[in-house]
Ligand binder design. Structure first.
Ligand code: ADP
Ligand code: ZN
Length: 742
């Protein structure tokens, strides 16, 4: 049966035809007839269509009077429904998505789908979120008892207990890897209760907004603002790199640029890392720009939907949000700000694998807007561009506004620090002393460690073996609160191993995680009030704000945690920052390892000394002579960038060349090896110039969730990449293959 058939001449349906981009890896659009009830239809509207045996929501990218030449007319199905009266996506956003699809090796539909909030990818937005909550106090003994017969229920209870309040069911599943079924059983027993959480209309609505006026700008700030305002006045594309040390008042520059933009009747988008999207940040923008839409991952469907419409209709002219706010359908866009532009969270690690920096610049180019990238430690790509005539225009803020100075950084060589007999060394002597002094002066400290759990591995002294996950190529981490060895990738857990699987001799727990630090610090300073912030203590969305508020109001002395504590926090009372293991970033086989290490130290250090009291940073490392650590300890970004860029140039890495990683995965080794070999052959057959194809080889993690993996690395230049394009596009459509531009 032909759906929506409206009479025809020689089998050709009447009416118009729409090209629809659908969320599938296939890099083409699909033609449908437009029934008259769906008219007038315009590009940018969402539609519901039959696709294969299902229905799917797609975006209209073109409407035409003639049927497409390449499809027999009687095979063309009809649209089922139009979901928007007005186009939801502007023509500029449609083109931007096309560009993203080409640059990141996905389909137009996949790129468009990533632009839309989840609510709009579905037909009907959800208004409430399912949550689950523990109803009774459960003792450790009870959990252990439950463990014997029903380990999954025990795990569920342990996590709900740890969450300390209603947990979103989706979050529960993400964190535990469990299905809903143990929860159902527990609900029957009366241990847990399901509920629904109302969509919060605006999680930031409650915070008090005091309209404030701007402080008098410093002359350095004024100079930056003048440049940007000049560019806005020309109403054509322009792009800046605002290089300003932590606390130099970059935000004030953004705010002035935004105010100017609003006066011009144009809109502005500000992107900040998800983790920096706090009430603190939001209230600062609201205080000066009035109505501000906030887009972040914590938003619920209905809420996003409403905000999108408000933006699309021009009712809200300022958007603040994380990565995906980049796609806010702002008409008459004047400015995009990317704060902390070096942050790796601006790169999306799922399809489409775009970098917000590239897309922001591209969008500004398409819409004649101004882009400001801001950072104390710019990405080397941005720095190189700013050093280039014709690249980003460099704006600088070299001093802290409040007269504060950058904290002194002490590097502690952990190779010469001796642990107490029989103990694992967690805090070096200099850090213990500094912490003791800070506590005595009633000042606050932040301790940073990029490793959660108690200990990240077990080691066998006899054979050198370690204890790995059964389905992933990764060491198991001991989590003391669960008394389990846990795989951080597949979430599998098992009792802590006693003996080595290789030789049967006893194994020893090695390394330091946040739980172990908490334990050590608490032993050394029993009166210190400590808050730990990592994925194990932050099981509910609300937890993050609660802990920060607690720390900010002086109820805690020490904030200990993973990268959650490293960035963006502005607590003037913090005078000490301890980096417990500065080298972790350096052990990854990645050409950006040094850059990451430098950035991390510089950013964490930036949390200290934000007031006249000054600050101190202690950096513990096993590689005290590493150039990244040395440069960071001197706050010498410029020299570090120069040296590192020389090296990138020598080896042809970005920004001086293009690099891509292809990952292949399958259940069977033979299958994955074959696919990877064939891909490598196809690539080699098309390579030109200085292109290098490395592999296929086993990636650092050869096995993940039971699937075997292979990778190919490509190093090339613009022409070389162009020559490989068709092969890469074909690969991107295959299942089990990822093409990732690095
Ligand atoms: P950055 O983003 O560069 O780290 P911020 O913009 O957060 O720095 O500014 C640091 C602090 O200085 C903020 O509390 C801000 O309100 C204050 N500040 C910024 N500019 C000025 C100024 N011209 N005069 C006084 N205080 C300022
Ligand atoms: Zn695993």
């Amino acid at each position: 049966m032909v759906v929506g058939f409206q009479g025809s001449l020689f089998g050709v349906p009447e009416g118009r035809f729409a090209q629809i981009a659908l969320d599938t890896p296939v890099r083409r659009e699909f033609a449908y007839c437009v029934p008259s009830r769906c008219e007038p239809l315009a590009p940018g509207c969402r539609v519901r269509v039959p696709f294969g045996r299902r229905e799917s929501v797609g975006v209209v990218v073109a409407v035409d009077d003639h049927p497409p030449a390449n499809v027999p007319p009687d095979r063309i199905k009809s649209l089922l429904a139009v979901l928007d009266v007005e186009p939801l996506l502007t023509p500029a956003l449609l083109r931007l998505a096309h560009r993203i699809a080409d640059d990141t090796y996905c389909s137009w539909g996949q790129a468009l789908s990533a632009m839309l909030p989840a609510a709009l990818r579905r037909d009907r937005p959800r208004r409430t979120i399912p949550v689950v909550e523990l109803l009774k106090e459960v003792s450790t003994e009870e959990i252990e008892e439950l463990e014997k017969k029903h380990p999954k229920q025990a795990k569920a209870v342990a996590y709900l207990q740890q969450a300390g309040g209603p947990m979103e069911v989706r979050e529960f599943r993400n964190r535990t890897g469990l299905s809903k079924s143990p929860l159902d059983t527990l609900a029957k027993k009366g241990w847990v209760k399901f509920g629904r959480k109302q969509e919060v209309l605006d999680p930031f609505a409650d915070i008090e907004v005091v309209r404030d006026s701007s402080p008098k700008l410093t002359s350095a700030q004024q100079a930056c603002v003048d440049e940007v305002i000049g560019a806005l006045g020309r109403e054509v594309y322009d792009a800046f790199l605002l290089f300003g040390i932590t606390g130099s008042g970059k935000t004030e520059v953004y705010l002035h640029a935004m105010e100017h933009c609003l006066e011009q009747g144009r809109g502005a988008i500000v992107l900040v890392p998800e983790i920096a999207l706090t009430p603190q940040t939001v209230s600062r923008f609201r205080a000066r720009c009035g109505q501000v839409a906030v887009l972040h991952s914590g938003l619920t469907d209905a809420e996003r939907h409403d905000q999108w419409l408000a933006i699309r209709e021009g009712r809200v002219r300022v958007v603040v949000g994380a990565r995906s706010a980049l796609f806010a359908p702002m008409p008459r866009l004047g400015l995009i700000v990317l704060d902390e532009e070096h942050e790796s969270s601006f790169k999306q690690e799922s399809t489409p694998r775009y970098h917000a920096r590239d897309v922001a610049l591209e969008r500004c180019r398409l819409e004649g807007a101004v882009c400001i990238l801001g950072s104390a430690t710019p990405a080397l790509e941005s720095w190189a561009s700013a050093m280039n005539p014709g690249g980003l225009r460099l704006l600088e803020l070299r001093e802290r506004v409040a007269g504060g100075v950058l904290p002194s950084i002490q590097v502690v060589d952990m190779r010469v620090q001796k642990p107490e007999k029989g103990k694992w060394l967690v805090l070096s002597q200099p850090l213990v002393k500094a912490l003791g002094d800070a506590l005595q002066r009633k000042e606050r400290a932040i301790l940073f460690l990029n490793q959660r759990g108690f200990a990240p591995a077990w080691h066998c002294k006899s054979c050198g073996g370690s204890v790995h996950c059964k389905t992933c190529d990764v060491a198991l981490t001991y989590h003391r609160w669960r008394k389990k060895a846990i795989c951080h990738y597949c979430l599998h857990e098992e009792p802590p191993p006693q003996v080595c699987t290789g030789c049967g001799r006893p194994v020893e727990m090695v390394g330091v995680g946040t739980e172990r630090v908490e334990d050590s610090v608490q032993r050394m300073f029993p009166h210190a009030r400590l808050a730990r912030m990592d994925r194990d203590t932050m099981l509910r969305r609300e937890s993050y704000e609660e802990v920060l508020a607690d720390f900010g109001s002086g109820n805690k002395d020490i904030l200990l945690g993973t990268q959650m504590v490293a960035k963006g926090l502005d607590f003037p009372e913090v005078t000490l920052v301890g980096v417990l293991n500065a080298d972790t970033a350096l052990h990854h086989p990645d050409f950006r390892a040094s850059e990451r290490c430098f950035n991390l130290i510089a950013q964490v250090a930036g949390r200290a000394g934000r007031s006249a009291r000054g600050g101190k940073v202690v950096v513990q490392t096993w590689l005290p002579d590493h150039p990244a650590i040395l440069a960071a300890s001197k706050h010498d970004y410029v020299r570090f960038a120069q040296k590192e860029l020389e090296e990138r140039k020598l080896f042809g890495f970005p920004p001086y060349g293009k690099a891509l990683r292809l990952t292949f995965e399958a259940e069977h080794r033979q299958r994955v090896e074959q696919t990877a070999e064939e891909a490598a052959a196809a690539l080699r057959a098309n390579m030109v110039g200085r292109t290098k194809i490395l592999g296929p080889s086993a990636p650092p993690m050869e096995k993940l969730r039971g699937r075997i993996r292979r990778q190919i690395l490509i190093k090339t230049d613009r022409d070389g990449l162009h020559a490989l394009r068709e092969v890469l596009y074909a690969l991107s459509e295959k299942q089990g293959v990822t093409v990732d531009p690095l």
